[in-house]
Design a protein around this ligand. Structure first.
Ligand code: SF4
Length: 392
């Protein structure tokens, strides 16, 4: 298997070299022996959205698809619970299920007016060579001369009404919405744009869409009003409320039976009709009480620079003189899974006993469970772009 780097490895490397040394697949490759026993609502909601945005059902009637989305949420929490054993207690799992279903109901009301795209793939994976752009361009290699690969998954690849591709990320937020600058500077998101363009030479990713959601205690007295009237955020784009039929009209559909041209495969329309707005905004945002959608348009230079930074980080990881010194701080250590062995090392002890008792080798990456819409390109709006002449 080639030497692979994920964004989690890279984040850990930049945060604390000792933490990276314990957990990275290319180093000790350890993980806590006992998985967390608490429900992960963020994961469950994301998996429900995978069903909601399944490209093959995008044009179907909501009354058909929504029961399947609820099932997606239920199944995700059931799987988590199975993995955790009886941890968390019945009440905790039921509370998360109720909160997730409540949030889905609100999402069904809110999203049709702001889904200005058609899904192309959900949870597609990528794995690409890490190339230092140079000059001259050259692959980043291990000490043994093997090319290093960057591997990851995006929540969704989507195409907008102008036939431009976007990478979509779903994210659970607790508390206040993060500042927009944090979304613009999201290294994982912009690196995914770079990686996707390496995977499909000739394809351009216009930017990233952050689809954020936050759970709230089920219904508060004034919540209905807030959900029903999304507010304009940042003065960036006008949202016009309307009937359900109006909202569906605005939705970017996969296929239209006649006249609209949507049934013409994507790659043929790209040459014939695709046109971006003349002066697109760099950032567009829509928000409601529980949801926020932020479109960040990425420049060519920004995407290229993300690839250059990835290559530099990968080369540093391969440096034979690298010292895996710790970087303790409240922020780093409070969420670290390796506090006990780290303390042993800091006390001048071998961490072997702590590692044996609380950690295990991370299992080899399994083939991801089959996801509907995760691996194939559609024939209509979601069709694959053409490979360039002489390309792979
Ligand atoms: S406990 Fe802190 S210093 Fe130690 S490995 Fe974890 S993040 Fe690094």
């Amino acid at each position: 298997m080639p030497y692979q780097i994920t964004q989690a490895d890279r984040t850990s490397f930049l945060r604390c070299r000792r933490q990276w040394d314990f957990g990275s697949a290319g180093r000790r490759n350890l993980e806590p022996a006992r998985p967390p026993a608490a429900p992960d609502l963020g994961l469950a909601f994301r998996e429900a959205l995978d069903v909601y945005y399944f490209p093959g059902m995008w044009d179907w009637q909501p009354r058909v698809t929504r029961p399947l989305v609820y099932q997606g949420l239920d199944r995700s929490l059931a799987r988590q619970r199975e993995r955790c054993g009886a941890g968390g207690g019945d009440g905790a799992w039921q509370r998360e299920l109720d909160a997730g279903r409540w949030l889905l109901d609100r999402y069904f009301d809110w999203s049709p007016a702001v889904d200005r795209f058609a899904p192309v793939q959900v949870q597609p994976e990528f794995e690409v060579d890490i190339i230092d752009p140079g000059p001259p361009p050259r692959g980043v290699v291990t000490a043994g001369g093997e090319l290093i690969r960057y591997r990851g998954t995006v929540d969704m690849l989507a195409v907008d009404a102008h036939d431009a591709y976007w990478i979509v990320r779903h994210r659970l937020v607790t508390g206040d919405w993060p500042p927009v600058g944090a979304l613009v500077g999201d290294e994982e998101a912009v690196t995914a744009c770079w990686a996707w363009e390496q995977l499909y030479p000739g394809m351009t990713i216009s930017g990233t869409i952050d689809n954020e959601f936050r759970a709230a205690a089920p219904p508060q007295p004034d919540t209905e009003a807030k959900v029903a009237r999304p507010r304009r955020a940042g003065g960036l784009r006008r949202w016009l409320p309307g009937t359900r039929e109006d909202q569906l009209q605005r939705q970017v559909r996969q296929h239209e039976p006649s006249g609209g041209g949507r049934s013409i495969p994507q790659h043929r329309r790209l040459y014939a009709a695709a046109q971006e707005p003349a002066r697109p905004d760099r950032i567009e945002q829509e928000a409601a009480a529980n949801f926020r959608r932020t479109w960040v348009r990425r420049s060519r230079a920004e995407v290229a620079e993300a690839g250059r930074r990835l290559a530099a980080d990968a080369a540093r990881m391969m440096d034979p003189g690298l010292i895996t010194e710790p970087s303790p701080s409240d922020e780093n250590c409070s969420a670290c899974a390796f506090v006990a062995p780290c303390e042993e090392v800091s006390a001048g002890q071998e961490p072997d006993a702590a590692l044996r008792s609380g950690y295990r080798q991370r299992p080899a990456q399994k083939t991801a469970e089959g996801r509907l819409g995760g691996g194939v390109w559609g024939l209509g709006r979601g069709a694959a772009p053409p490979r360039p002449r002489g390309g792979p």
